[in-house]
Design a protein. Sequence first.
Length: 103
Amino acid sequence: MTTKEFIESLCQELKGVENPTAFEATLILDGQQPSIGLFAPEINGRGEGQFQPTGENSPNIDLSNQGMLKVSGRTEQLRVTNYRHCPHDEKSNHFHLHFEVVK
């Protein structure tokens, strides 16, 4: 499955859910504890999205340059190729990320 196909399938799943916004997911960055949160893919199909931690562990982006994202209920593994803390919204602890499906 390509990254674009993965995003399209996630968007199809969201259409069947009332008030769809995001999927439960786990972000695993090298050398850090897994972070549980909500993942919202961008519909543009370019492998972009947002991750908002909901558990106790929040990623420390200064300590890692690689990671994986596991969306609950899905078998695909996503390689996180770039991520950064959102500098525009100090009230919300979320991250912008780029990802690709690992084949």
